[in-house]
Design a protein around this ligand. Structure first.
Ligand code: SF4
Ligand code: SF4
Length: 151
């Protein structure tokens, strides 16, 4: 009899709706309002690659040793250089990094002996084209410039 009354009075439905409405108070909302509110990423998050430059002279820290390219299991880094006859060192000419194939394992930055290559906390890597996902040296040095929305 009680079960029948519950069915007639839609008690289960009302209980379910009560749970729903009770959790709709703004203090219970956990959805991040991205891009208006930017999420905090974990300290050890590995995101957009960056090719570091020396802040004192603006020159790249990369010594063109190619170790990052050799360490990469995806073979997505290509480093080219020319031998400088005066310094007898290799001067970096191009550096490409295909972010579309990267799994952000960090093996490349671990292999770099001079901390030139770094996976930063930038996470906005989207591009409208496949070509846009292949970063050249300039892009790697300047870093991504995502649109910052204010409203
Ligand atoms: S993070 Fe991993 S997959 Fe990406 S470039 Fe470095 S070594 Fe390759
Ligand atoms: S391992 Fe470091 S120094 Fe060597 S080529 Fe890669 S980024 Fe440059």
């Amino acid at each position: 009899m009680i079960a029948l009354l519950k069915k007639i009075l839609l008690v289960d439905l009302l209980q379910g709706l009560w749970v729903t409405f009770r959790n709709q108070h703004p203090k219970h909302l956990y959805t991040e309002q991205y891009p208006l509110e930017r999420p905090k990423v974990a300290e050890r998050f590995r995101g957009a690659p960056r090719l570091n430059i020396n802040p004192d002279n603006g020159e790249t820290l990369c010594i063109s040793c190619d170790l990052c390219a050799k360490a990469c299991p995806e073979n997505l880094i290509v480093v080219t250089s020319v031998r400088n006859e005066q310094t007898k060192r290799k001067d970096l000419t191009t550096f490409t990094y295909d972010t579309s194939r990267c799994m952000f394992c960090g093996l490349c930055e671990d292999a770099c002996p001079v901390d030139a290559l770094e996976l930063t906390q930038d996470f906005e890597l989207a591009s409208y084209t496949r070509e846009g996902l292949i970063w050249d040296r300039q892009m790697l040095e300047e870093g991504p410039k995502p649109t910052r929305y204010t409203r």
